[in-house]
Ligand binder design. Structure first.
Ligand SMILES: [Mn+2]
Length: 411
């Protein structure tokens, strides 16, 4: 951890009063958690923070306390006010003209008498921020309209850049950028830790844990480090409401989505030798459940994280009558899904790809695709030709998936 930079940031915060907090324009759990944690801490320190992001907060984050502290439509640049001492006479006329050099002349004509230089003063002449903290944003452009409309403010004000993206271009005057850290929220934790750990109450702990959980996919992604787990443990100790976070991030599914899962699970098939697991959803089922094709994304994600020892996970979705969309996922980079997708005119990434075919029967297409997978796997893994196709997953697998679904349903 870059202690020098953290200390520099703490010094800047100490010396500032009006602090603007923002993030990349599309708020996500990490940026929202980071902003709110800083907001509350700064308030506790007697500062005057303003949290601002022009895009609305995502629905699943509305459960967070003080979420309304993040404003969406505040205008940042203030009027430039020129005050003229004018005790006796009224103004006859005010007009202005611009010069070729880019100046504005404001011409004030009194009804009587005249003004002198001493009569003029300026008020509210600059924006009121003396520090800007940007959380989880790789560059200035990522802040969207907030930056576009206030470039001057960003140029004139000290900017602190707190981020963990590899693409970060060090746009700040002070940059706390660490790609080895799980999340911007974890970085915010390190700053607060060096200020005073006592500032972390239950709300602050919840915000920061939210960012860490979301960006590590509940400690499943490769960016989960011993440090991120240590910080998470400390946050839980300090009262972070982990169950609230999980419930709102992962356990709040539409009823239609859950019913869709039920259908997909009931039709689960496995070929253990070819190490492929697949399922399908018909157009009639989608319509019946008033589900949209995009609702099936959750189904394949869930199968991916719950499926047992397979290499391929494939979901066939009839998105319109006789039009079938095929999502192919593979569990490791050594298994190239694109090789299958390409045979059917599709493409994508090695581990996540697919295609859509019109004018086909769901059954027929799934048989063709599975045959292609069996052939690919046979060539890859060797061994005798593939013959057996088991249309039920092994008990262990089915049980594990069912238990997971049950958890999601009844929590
Ligand atoms: Mn992040």
């Amino acid at each position: 951890m870059d202690i020098t930079t953290i200390q520099e940031i703490i010094r800047e915060i100490d010396g500032a009063t009006n602090i603007l907090l923002t993030a990349h324009h599309k708020l996500d759990p990490d940026s929202t958690g980071g902003i709110l944690a800083l907001y509350l801490i700064l308030k506790k320190l007697g500062k005057k923070p303003v949290a601002l992001c022009y895009e609305p907060v995502p629905k699943n984050l509305e459960f967070l306390p003080h979420i309304t502290a993040i404003e969406h439509d505040k205008k940042l640049m203030q009027d430039f006010i020129i005050t003229l001492f004018n005790p006796e006479s009224d103004v006859n006329e005010i007009k202005y003209s611009t010069t070729a050099e880019g100046y504005i002349n404001i011409i004030i004509t009194p009804k009587k008498g005249s003004y002198s230089e001493q009569d003029v003063s300026f008020k509210g002449m600059t924006n009121k921020f003396d520090l800007i903290i940007v959380v989880d944003s790789g560059d200035k452009k990522n802040m969207g309209r907030l930056y576009e409309e206030n470039k001057e403010l960003f140029e004139k004000t000290t900017v602190i850049n707190i981020d963990h993206h590899a693409s970060n271009d060090y746009f700040g005057d002070i940059n706390l950028v660490d790609t080895k850290v799980s999340s911007a929220s974890e970085l915010v934790y390190y700053i607060i830790e060096h200020m005073d750990k006592g500032l972390i109450d239950e709300d602050v702990a919840t915000y920061l844990l939210l960012g860490i959980i979301a960006d590590t996919g509940s400690f499943q992604h490769a960016n989960t480090t011993p440090d991120s787990m240590k910080v998470a443990a400390e946050l839980v100790r300090r009262g972070a409401r982990q169950q609230d976070i999980i419930k709102n991030l992962y356990k709040t599914k539409k009823f239609s989505t859950l019913k869709l899962w039920g259908k997909a699970l009931a039709r689960l098939s496995v070929d253990e030798k070819a190490r492929v697991l697949w399922s399908s959803l018909t157009f009639a089922e989608l319509s019946q459940m008033q589900a949209k094709p995009e609702d099936t994304k959750g189904v394949i994600d869930e199968l991916m994280s719950s499926a047992p020892d397979v290499d391929f996970i494939i979901l066939f979705t009839e998105i319109a009558p006789k039009t079938v969309s095929v999502s192919i996922r593979t569990k490791s980079a050594e298994v190239n899904g694109v090789q299958i997708a390409k045979q059917f005119g599709g493409g994508g990434h090695v581990q996540a790809c697919g295609f859509t075919k019109e004018d086909v029967a769901l059954e027929e297409l799934s048989e063709e695709v599975i045959a292609a997978v069996q052939k690919y796997q046979q060539e890859r893994l060797g061994g005798p030709a593939q013959t057996s196709t088991q249309h039920n997953p092994p008990l262990g697998a089915e049980e594990r998936i069912a238990r997971r679904l049950e958890n999601d349903l009844f929590r």
